[in-house]
Design a protein around this ligand. Structure first.
Ligand code: DNO
Length: 347
């Protein structure tokens, strides 16, 4: 396992120097942010980013994300050109030593929350998803971090209509086409492609959202075709046995990237993001890490969203302090598993 930390580039108030001081972190997860979605990243920009990260004493082996253009997801317009661009990005990133690319196939919106700074009982604040609030939201009129803000309300309305028309099966068809195009390139470059599950893993605003792991993995039979397994996404459905998922997909060697955070699931299925520690939320983080350890996980892990604590302000979910606490907590669990010889007891 390699512990990583997300870094949003030059504009991120959480600087590389600060990340470097978290003892367990070997590298950052980042991207070239200046390029419009769908276009080819310049090799000079990729190399400059890598040099900057390496100079700070950190690795750049994971890219999160190379976003997928909406034309690809809708199978329309310039989708063929965008797919060729995507392949070229895989080649260029591989040439710079990148080993894993995280991406998603969520229509229009990436992760969705109704509150970005919900006060928690301990005085911190965190992201939250309240079903009743989301039901009242008009997606054309709001924007959240992680969403593409480049659409006008009428363009947004049109996009949403198109997705509703193609529905889940249409989206599956376009995903399958995309995967069959890009995976031979990724495999030949030895880059692991790690799709992020839909977050939350149910339909929002009536849009199709389809990343259910079994069917996704069946699209392409190659170990490079894999998952970013995210405990905060798939773990926020009470009936999901998240630890069993880690064992199953980890056992198949298909989890390339682990996002770990805790969530407190509320009675109506809404959820609040919480501190990483098991006691603070509905997920047992020790059991999750034990499952990763048991399957001999060799991929990348990162503490996912954190709360805002100690008065920190910044990009919602991506402050320094709580994510650093999360990284250290998980590194501590991992070290304990290693030193206690947990694998010898269980193999
Ligand atoms: C949320 C992140 C996601 C993730 C993308 C991957 O904080 O985990 O935004 O980066 O879905 O493409």
């Amino acid at each position: 396992m390699k512990m990583t930390f997300r870094w949003y580039g030059e504009s991120d108030p959480v600087t590389l120097d600060k990340i470097r001081q978290i003892p367990c972190v070997s590298g950052v997860v980042t991207a070239v942010y200046s390029v419009p979605v769908g276009e080819v990243w310049r090799s000079e920009d990729i190399d400059a980013l890598k040099r900057q990260v390496n100079k700070a004493g950190l690795e750049m082996e994971v890219i999160e994300s190379v976003p997928v253009h909406e034309d690809i997801k809708l199978g329309k317009g310039d989708y063929k050109r965008y797919i060729e661009n995507y392949k070229e990005n895989i080649r260029r990133l591989a040439a710079a030593g990148v080993k894993c690319i995280c991406y998603n196939f969520m229509p229009v919106f990436d992760w969705t929350r109704s509150r970005l700074n919900q006060p928690l009982a301990d005085g911190s604040n965190a992201l939250a998803y309240y079903k009743a609030d989301v039901d009242k939201m008009d997606p054309a009129k709001i924007s959240l971090p992680g969403w593409d803000a480049s659409y006008s309300p009428s363009e947004m309305g049109e996009l949403i209509k198109e997705y509703k028309e193609i529905g889940e099966e249409g989206l599956w068809k376009n995903l399958e086409y995309f995967i069959k195009e890009i995976m031979p390139v990724a495999a030949s470059c030895d880059v692991n492609m790690a799709i992020h599950p839909d977050d939350p893993p149910w339909s929002v605003f009536g849009l199709p959202r389809i990343i259910t792991n079994d069917r996704f993995l069946a699209l392409y039979d190659d170990v490079h075709h894999g998952l970013t397994l995210c405990s905060g996404s798939l773990g926020c459905i009470k009936s999901n046995d998240y630890t069993a998922m880690v064992k199953k997909y980890g056992g198949m060697g298909r989890i390339h990237f682990a996002h770990i955070r805790n969530v407190k699931i509320l009675d109506d299925g809404s959820f609040e993001e919480s501190a990483h520690m098991s006691d603070c939320g509905s997920l047992d983080i020790v059991e999750i890490l034990k499952a990763y350890y048991e399957v001999g996980f060799k991929g990348y892990l990162r503490p996912d969203h954190g709360r805002m604590i100690w008065g920190e302000t910044g990009k919602p979910g991506y402050g320094l302090y709580d994510r650093a606490l999360g990284a250290m907590y998980m590194a501590g669990i991992w070290e304990t598993l290693e030193k206690a010889g947990f694998d010898k007891m269980h193999r």
